[in-house]
Design a protein around this ligand. Sequence first.
Ligand code: SF4
Length: 225
Amino acid sequence: MHVSLTLVSGNRKVGPIPVSTTEEDSCPSECPLKGTDCYARFGPLGMHWRKIGEGGRGTQWDFFCKTVKKFPKFQLWRHNQAGDLPQNENGKIDAIKAGQLSKASQHTRGWTYTHYNPTDPENAAVIDEMNKVDGMTVNLSADSMAEADQYYDLGIAPVCVTLPKDAPHRGIKTPKGLPVVVCPAQTHDDMSCARCKLCQVRDRKSIVGFLAHGTAKKRLSERLS
Ligand code: SF4
């Protein structure tokens, strides 16, 4: 498992904070976007992502965790602009490697997202454990509003959802009435993760909504509508 760490992101939406990228093999088979319409497969990010792995860019997981451990206290950072949590031989989240990351990042203010199925008890236990440790917030990635409600009710993690590209920017609610906040970096030119930090807030009541973007946004929006 190789991870590339950029200490100062050049991505305007992220802002000048550390950002990591994990090789594509980390993505779970249950992710409906794997190998298809995932925004991260296209453009400069896609090119970077494809170069990560044995003999290419990135370092082994252990070294990556050691580097994170050296981050300054309260360092804001985003784990995985592409890729997912480490995977074990059964296609579930690798509890040992996930625990290593939790421990290494407990003095920081990091966050990440996962498409591993959180209704699977094994995955749920790892995510719950990670979110009990200070430092790294794991967000669950839902692919519909109903799924966002279902994931929120698990009570183990904050939730994000993908929205059609032309979804309204305000006033959206899930079927159960949870407010959906459209990612401000997508709706305001002067906003970035470094300023917003909403995905780092573990106990938030709101669902973060990401408007479909990237090369496949039209196809993805049609699927979500
Ligand atoms: S909601 Fe905020 S923290 Fe989350 S991705 Fe958007 S700008 Fe970054």
